[in-house]
Design a binder for this molecule. Structure first.
Ligand SMILES: Nc1ncnc2c1ncn2[C@@H]1O[C@H](COP(=O)(O)OP(=O)(O)OP(=O)(O)O)[C@@H](O)[C@H]1O
Length: 248
């Protein structure tokens, strides 16, 4: 069974069709980077998966459950990092984690989540109110809430943005472990191609409302082993080939 199956997804803001019959299938254990220029629709796609936006057409199934048929059951199988600006200011990090653990039907905050909190140097913030957090600290809590219970599909939008280098590294290591050892699938939108290149098992390029290029593990390995090549170069070439507008 696929961790994620998207077929014919369409989302438009008024007349502006951002996702145009998009298809994607992700298997359990895949660590997929979603890349694309500014405004190509990465966040829109992730919000459609999380049920925050309602697509006009198409089907999304998470671990075999269609979002349009049983939204609650589908969302139970999805982890989505909470927007740092939407966290409740008067709760502590631990209270937020307990709330989410309860909503997921877990007996308490899992040891794995608390261990990740330690690796992200968030443990000292657990018992303080969210309103006292810096933006990066809020982002760490948003990520912890997204991965709690380690559901079959985890979706993250630019999670390394704003994290200090040690925390960003710890998060990447955690996500690699999660995919390789626990069989979770991760879909991560990012502009950090060097991150994508080193850690992921697959990369998809969103352009013109569709995924126009899909690099599998073998293709990424070939790029990694070619001293004269990088995902950045390959992506620039792909953008030229597909006629992306220049932003400079
Ligand atoms: N609420 C909205 N109303 C109207 N247009 C929107 C809205 N949200 C996004 N858009 C437009 O949809 C397109 C896709 O935006 P989106 O944020 O999904 O792209 P993105 O790939 O995540 O971009 P970035 O890399 O800059 O974060 C853009 O043209 C954007 O201006």
């Amino acid at each position: 069974m696929s961790a994620l199956e998207i077929a014919g997804l369409v989302h438009a803001y008024g007349p502006h069709r951002v996702l145009d019959n998009l298809d994607l299938r992700i298997a359990p254990g895949e660590f997929v980077a979603l890349i694309g220029p500014n405004g190509s629709g990465k966040t829109t796609l992730l919000r459609c998966l999380a049920g925050i936006l309602a697509p006009q057409q198409g089907r999304v199934a998470i671990a075999g459950i269609a979002l349009g048929e049983d939204a609650l059951a589908a969302k139970q199988r999805l982890g989505f990092a909470v927007d740092p600006t939407l966290l409740p200011p008067l709760l502590t990090g631990r209270q937020c984690l307990e709330l989410f653990a309860g909503a997921r039907g877990l007996g308490g905050v899992p040891a794995a989540t608390l261990a990740l909190a330690g690796e992200l140097a968030f443990d000292t913030w657990l018992d303080r109110e969210v309103q006292s957090y810096s933006l990066g600290t809020r982002q760490k809590l948003g990520i912890l809430l997204g991965v709690i219970g380690e559901p079959p599909l985890i979706v993250l939008d630019e999670p390394m943005n704003g994290l200090d280098p040690l925390s960003a590294f710890a998060l990447k290591q955690y996500l690699v472990r999660l995919t390789r050892e626990n069989g979770c699938a991760v879909l991560l939108a990012t502009h950090a191609l060097e991150v994508a290149e080193r850690f992921i098992s697959r990369c998809v390029l969103l352009l013109g409302g569709r995924l126009v290029q899909d690099w599998d593990t073998a293709a990424l390995d070939a790029i990694r082993h070619d001293a004269d090549n990088s995902l950045e170069q390959v992506m620039v070439e792909a953008l030229r080939r597909f006629g992306a507008p220049r932003t400079d």
